[in-house]
Design a protein around this ligand. Structure first.
Ligand code: HEM
Length: 230
């Protein structure tokens, strides 16, 4: 049974999550383009919130690029560094930016749950996504802490698994079968966040500011014919 669950979560679930992600992203961009927005509450914000928002955004952007290094093949980075050096860089950069993101998220979560004006403007989705991101980032930091004390093979296997998934290796899940729980929880929750991504405010990441100018159907000023009838 253990084997079955492991195989499902780390061989098949990544494809289910990615399929839902791409389906959602494409359909929302093509058919529901105008519903995409960041739902920013900065107009209700004070200085502390702007600092928290900046900490979160800077931290998470660097953490995101850090994750992309999982896909660099060993033979390629071995041209310039060993796996041990890569681990040290990943751990130091990951911890700095991960902690930045977590501090920002903690302040944003507290504000979301306590500031009366923000509470009034928040729906279930707003609470869900920010809490999920915080939990995910904290588990990510515990996984990084585990990487610091585990044998180097545990760290190298994370890249091996990521690359096995994107190259459709049928036994990818086996690579993580004996990995500590922190990694497994982090990956499953991360994939779940990917799945719901297109249906949340996170979609605003994919809509660059200039896109708003090309959206049709907005009436920014009252047309003269309407003014004349009044
Ligand atoms: C399927 C998606 C994801 C996968 C496969 C993944 C994988 C990983 C792995 C393997 C680590 C440990 C790296 C190490 O040992 O140094 C890690 C760390 C981390 N992850 Fe993720 N992650 C995913 C999604 C996310 C998401 C959505 C967030 C956003 C909150 C996130 C935030 C973090 C943080 C803050 C760390 C610790 C700092 C770092 O090492 O960069 N991860 N992730």
């Amino acid at each position: 049974m253990d084997n079955y669950i492991n195989n499902f979560l780390f061989t098949y679930f990544p494809y289910i999550a990615l399929a839902v992600f791409f389906f959602g992203v494409i359909t929302r961009l093509v058919w529901m383009n105008k519903t995409i927005q960041a739902e920013s509450s900065q107009f209700l914000a004070d200085k502390k919130v702007k600092l928290a928002s900046n900490l979160f955004h800077v931290g998470i952007i660097f953490v995101f690029f850090g994750h992309l290094t999982l896909f660099i093949p060993e033979w390629l980075y071995h041209m310039v560094m060993t796996t041990e050096t890569k681990r040290v860089i990943a751990l130091s950069m990951g911890s700095i930016f991960g902690i930045m993101a977590v501090i920002g998220l903690i302040i944003l979560v507290i504000r979301r749950f306590t500031a009366p004006r923000i509470k009034y403007n928040s729906g279930f989705n707003d609470y869900l996504i920010i809490v999920l991101l915080l939990v995910e980032a904290v588990i990510g930091l515990t996984a990084a802490a585990k990487t610091a004390v585990e044998p180097i093979g545990t760290y190298a296997a994370l890249s091996e698994w990521s690359q096995a998934i994107v190259t459709f290796q049928p036994n990818a899940g086996l690579i993580l079968a004996n990995h500590p729980l922190q990694y497994k929880l982090h990956i499953v929750l991360g994939l779940f966040i990917f799945m719901i991504f297109p249906y949340t405010k996170l979609m605003h990441m994919l809509v660059f500011p200039y896109v708003y100018f090309f959206r049709s159907g907005y009436q920014l000023v009252r047309s003269s014919s309407i003014s004349r009838t009044r």
